[in-house]
Design a protein around this ligand. Sequence first.
Ligand code: HSE
Length: 435
Amino acid sequence: MSKSSSPLKIAIAGLGVVGSEVARQLINRGQQLSVAAGRSLDVVAVSARSSASDRGFVMDGIDWHDDAITLADRDDVDVIIEMIGGSEGVALDLTRASLRRGKHVITANKAMIAHHGAELAGLAEDNQVSLLFEAAVAGGIPAVKTLREGLAGNNISRIAGILNGTCNYILTTMEQTGEGFADVLADAQRLGYAEAEPSFDVDGIDAAHKLTILAAIAFGQKPDFGAAFIQGIRDVSAVDFTFANQLGFRIKLVGVAEPGQAPRMQTCLLPLDSQLAKVNGVLNAVEFHGEPIGSVLAVGPGAGGGATSSAVLADLMDIAHARGSLPFGQPVAQLVDTADQVGTAVADTPFYVRLMVVDEPGVLAGVTNILQRYAISVESLIQQGRAPGDTVALVMTTHETAEPILTQALDEMAGLTSVKAKPVAMPILSADLEG
Ligand code: HSE
């Protein structure tokens, strides 16, 4: 790409929270941003589901398109900013059509990149345009650029991140208030922090999309969402925070990607003094580990119009200055198939296990018998309180155990008459996570 001084013509598809904020920034701060870009940044067209509402910017001179796909047909548009969302449908059709027509694409669409990133990056390469998605990972944290450009000379050994603000808010609030998951989720929905349909967030899917993208850049893999191991936060109870604290840990939804292993997104226990354990509320954080850098931690707002539009504008600056980057840092032909490289292996870890059992003689013998048969070694065991005949929590921590073995053992424990609820298990990430 060679830099031009002519105006950069922009079309924005999707005017939700982020799309509207991008438009407001470009229109209301146009002069300042154009100086930074070294050329005029002109929004020439927009498309959204509804043209009705006032979005805080003046539409004069900007063309309205009812059908977003038609933006790709405009000869006067250089950059499409895709803010529609969804891995398939209009967002994907528009992105493919725009790249084929030789337009740069900026997107915040983590689902689309996690599922179709290699194909779309190939289209961008073939048509010698940019496909940029800084806003897709951890909102305002420059996680993609940090990894793809800033740490490009490193051999990355691990990425660990808190990549979903909704989950981090829910877990932090549960710990601080002692309230249960359902109550905190309902409050988060009332406050607008969580979606009415929360499963993408609370089941770890949104965070796993982001982890898939980071793993692809870090390890030269084609992004492959299907290769990720994903567990969300629904099974955590208020009592788990008390036990975790007593054991010196905090509960977080953490994504970990390492070379040769399936990226894993799991609700887990982190040592209280670890860097990620201190990242609370809606914040996101990403730790990069590699040689020769050692480790780098980036913390910041992972969602919302301000944070996410900041990332979109950064991508726009790169295009304006013709700072061409390959989407995943290397040509698509060099990216390896993730599934071939990582299989389904997940590293053995110590686990936290909570059983709800009837407080009566012989219960422990039944549980330890199963542990013995599966060769699972217990590191510590806590039963809080004494409540003969009632249900109490029995908490164990194990030594390093293979997740499939633990799952089989827990399935058997669930069948014991003295075990009254589905056992809960969470991996314990060691201080080693700090690199
Ligand atoms: N819903 C996400 C979060 C932000 O709560 O972090 C968009 O990916």
